[in-house]
Design a protein around this ligand. Structure first.
Ligand SMILES: Cc1cc2nc3c(=O)[nH]c(=O)nc-3n(C[C@H](O)[C@H](O)[C@H](O)COP(=O)(O)OP(=O)(O)OC[C@H]3O[C@@H](n4cnc5c(N)ncnc54)[C@H](O)[C@@H]3O)c2cc1C
Length: 443
């Protein structure tokens, strides 16, 4: 395809979703293509990006998201693309246009009406939402950790509950008040959040809640499968369980949740687990608006079915990457898991394939390299397994080495979205902030 279209307009590449995959992709495309011939556009319903694997730290208050957030407008200016604030609503594939929902202000008045954006190539990178598997009461009573807003909401609720407990203990030192948190889902998100809460609770005493400490925190981690951390080897899951239990977390594996209520979580075994705060972290699916969007093929979980080239199965001009893409590398095999490393690798393949399409070359298949999984138990320890090319097999790691590799994943993301110079500067600033800023975000 020629660089400029026959009608003289620029070739327009639209990426919807500036998350782990989309933001890396847009930066690569904008760095490569000349703005005279190409219009690279990012659409996101938020005005800033935060790397999702940091959300449990934002929720517990151990990370101030203001410091790690990337504002799309400034990023777009730096790298030479255009950013549009808005939520994708539908796709008109015949007209090669996406439809953006009206933008409303906080009072409900319309800022910008429903509108359309033309594309020559479209990449959907809209991530996933949590899957409640139709469990009654989850929507009404459970929080999830899908966005900065969710994490901020969780932190405010947690701080308020800690404040209530602290006040009760001041009035009555014999009080048996607790801040009770139930987390459903023993995958990485649930496990990391549970450990992070204890780490945060130990610090609250420094910041005015003198009578509150981690003994006043009651965290229950509920997992339907036979053990937590199914992606990790037995030995590491056992080690993480022991570490969590030593902190005080009640780990309930093999426990199916039947309902969430205002009072707590109900299990199939008939137990009612009382909780002031309930968190649902038991799996993900594509957002409802994705189901059959634009007539594209989607799974029962609303993920977009893609070919090995990451083009959607019914439209070569529409790609999907990251959590919203459904790709099974071999027949009868497992789909690529919804992970940041998969989104990162897909961004690279989509970049190469969009270029190949524009330049008339053959497209290459996406090959997923599972580099392993790492789970951080706050400052206590990190556990994980490294796989494939990194170590020539599968190796269980724990402690400092695991922590180093865990932190490196975020560093790689910073380099991918900011380039080396700014990425390195941000790392240095991060270290300085660890010294000069409070250990907890308390508002
Ligand atoms: C708490 C937590 C911890 C995690 N820890 C790890 C980990 O340790 N390791 C790991 O590999 N993975 C981890 N994950 C998973 C990882 O974060 C995701 O797999 C990854 O972020 C997916 O990237 P993505 O680009 O597909 O989507 P996302 O990063 O979710 O980005 C999606 C983007 O799309 C935007 N968007 C959504 N809908 C619309 C719409 N309608 N219109 C416009 N924009 C839209 C969103 O605002 C967002 O910016 C974790 C996830 C969570 C929630």
């Amino acid at each position: 395809m020629p660089r400029t279209r026959p009608d003289g307009r620029k070739t327009q590449i639209v990426i919807v979703g500036g998350g782990a995959g989309g933001l890396e992709l847009v930066r690569k495309l904008a760095s490569h293509y000349d703005a005279q011939d190409f219009d690279i556009i990012l659409v996101d319903r938020n005005t800033s990006h935060i790397w999702k694997p940091l959300l449990h730290e934002v929720a517990a208050g151990s990370l101030d998201a203001n410091l790690d957030e990337v504002g799309y407008r400034a990023h777009a200016f730096r790298w030479g693309y255009r950013y549009f604030d808005g939520a994708l609503e539908s796709i008109d594939r015949d007209a090669q246009q996406i439809v953006i929902a009206p933008i409303m202000d906080e009072d409900g008045s319309e800022v910008i009406g429903r509108h359309r954006i033309r594309y020559d190539y479209l990449v959907l990178a809209v991530g996933s939402v949590s899957n409640d598997f139709g469990t009654p009461g989850v929507k009404e009573h459970c929080l999830s950790l899908e966005s900065r807003k969710d994490a901020d909401r969780f932190r405010r609720k947690l701080l308020n509950q800690c404040l209530r407990v602290s006040r009760q203990m001041t009035l009555d030192p014999a009080s048996d008040a607790f801040a009770r948190v139930a987390i459903v889902g023993g995958g990485a998100t649930g496990v990391e959040l549970a450990a992070e809460l204890y780490s945060a609770a130990t610090a609250l005493g420094y910041y005015g809640l003198e009578v509150f400490d981690e003994k006043r925190l009651q965290v229950t981690l509920i997992e339907a499968g036979p053990r937590i951390l199914p992606a990790l080897p037995d030995k590491l899951a056992a080690s993480a369980t022991a570490e969590l239990e030593a902190l005080g977390v009640r780990v309930l594996a093999g426990t199916k949740v039947t309902a969430a209520t205002e009072a707590g979580i109900e299990t199939a075994g008939g137990e009612m687990i009382p909780a002031d705060i309930k968190v649902w972290a038991a799996g993900v699916k594509g957002a409802d608006f994705l189901a059959h969007i634009g007539g594209l093929e989607t799974t029962r979980n609303n993920q977009l079915v893609v070919h090995p080239t990451l083009q959607t199965s019914r439209d070569d001009r529409v790609f999907a990457i990251g959590d919203c893409a459904h790709f099974v590398p071999e027949e009868g095999g497992k789909p690529i898991p919804p992970r940041a490393q998969a989104a990162h690798q897909m961004a690279t393949t989509a970049y190469r394939n969009i270029r190949a399409m524009i330049e008339g070359r053959d497209l290459k298949p996406f090959i997923y390299k599972d580099n392993g999984s790492l789970v951080s138990l706050a400052r206590y320890t990190t556990v994980g397994s490294l796989m494939g090319n990194l170590v020539g097999g599968r190796m269980a790691i724990e402690g400092r080495l695991a922590r180093f590799v865990y932190v490196s994943l975020y560093r790689m993301h910073l380099f991918a979205i900011h380039g080396w110079i700014k990425g390195m500067s941000l790392l240095v600033i991060g270290h300085v902030n660890q010294v000069v800023r409070p250990k907890l975000k308390l508002h």
